[in-house]
Write a protein that binds this ligand. Structure first.
Ligand SMILES: O=C(O)CCC(=O)C(=O)O
Ligand SMILES: [Fe+2]
Length: 262
């Protein structure tokens, strides 16, 4: 099986370019990564308004990357992603690590133009739901909405209409899973995580794939309490009881060897 065939087994939802790989890493690899992430000098954490982050691989500018080598504890992972996924034209050279407290998230956004348009997000710690919303330019304006509404009235919130069969969708990100999205999912959609301590996973595009692994894992997940409630029909909510740490792994094609040669 080549990389493309292998990846097609992990396709979720109706877009051809969203993939969810449950248990991409093992428990001990998760522990190893968290140990290194929390072992760095405190100054490596950059506080943001609603999360904090570590930047590895160098500084990304609009025009490219001022590179720094990735630390050895990340290179096994990036090498594996490069080789196994077969989606990047050259080895991944940039990793952004985000840490979210249970009530923190990230505003809907599109990743910057400096990156090659494939992103691989590894999740650690607490589960979370990531929401994808079609870009505003793909929204029919309110006049169009009213025209298309069969009742002739105004649309309720949540009934927005989108061009070309674009629809909002959500993905449940379990610990140790890998989410990959590219092309249309990268350029036509914003992605974000709500900053609430409870996430609803009703209707996520990968419910089966995400929950299949929960029964058998038997490990001591930092979010065990949260996991217990998952999968019960009456309660499709995840209480985010502990921190979530994500590793956003990407490739910046344009690398600047010299600081002054931008
Ligand atoms: O934490 C995540 O899963 C998403 C992070 C993200 O979208 C980003 O760093 O651009
Ligand atoms: Fe992002």
């Amino acid at each position: 099986m080549d990389a493309e065939e292998k990846l097609s087994c992990y396709k979720v939802g109706s877009l051809p370019t969203v993939f969810y790989v449950p248990d991409f890493i093992t428990d001990s690899e998760e522990t190893f990564l968290l140990h290194n992430i929390y072992g760095v000098n405190a100054s490596k954490w950059k506080p943001m308004k609603n999360r904090r982050l570590q930047n590895w691989g160098g500084v990304v500018h609009e025009k490219g990357l001022l590179p720094q080598p990735l630390p050895p504890w990340l290179t096994n992972l990036t090498k594996r992603m490069y080789e196994e996924l077969g989606l990047f034209p050259s080895p991944l050279n940039h990793v952004l690590i985000n840490e979210y407290l249970p009530n923190q998230g990230i505003m809907p956004h599109q990743d910057g133009p400096a990156y090659f348009p494939v992103v691989a997000i590894l999740s650690l710690g607490s589960p979370a739901v990531m929401d994808f919303t079609p870009h505003a330019r793909l929204k029919l304006d309110s006049q169009d909405n009213t025209d298309k509404d069969s009742e002739g009235g105004t649309l309720e919130i949540g009934e927005e209409k989108w061009l070309d069969d674009h629809h909002p969708f959500s993905v449940l990100l379990m610990p140790r899973s890998l989410l990959i999205f590219k092309d249309q999912a990268y350029s036509d959609y914003l992605h974000g995580i709500q900053d609430s301590a409870v996430h609803c996973y009703d209707g996520v595009i990968n419910e089966t794939e995400a929950l299949k692994y929960k029964e058998s894992d038997g490990h001591h997940c930092s979010s065990e309490e949260a996991l217990e409630t998952i999968g019960k029909e009456e309660c499709k909510n995840i209480p985010r009881t502990s921190n979530r740490v994500s590793l956003t792994c990407r490739m910046v094609p344009k690398v600047h060897k010299n600081l002054f040669r931008f």
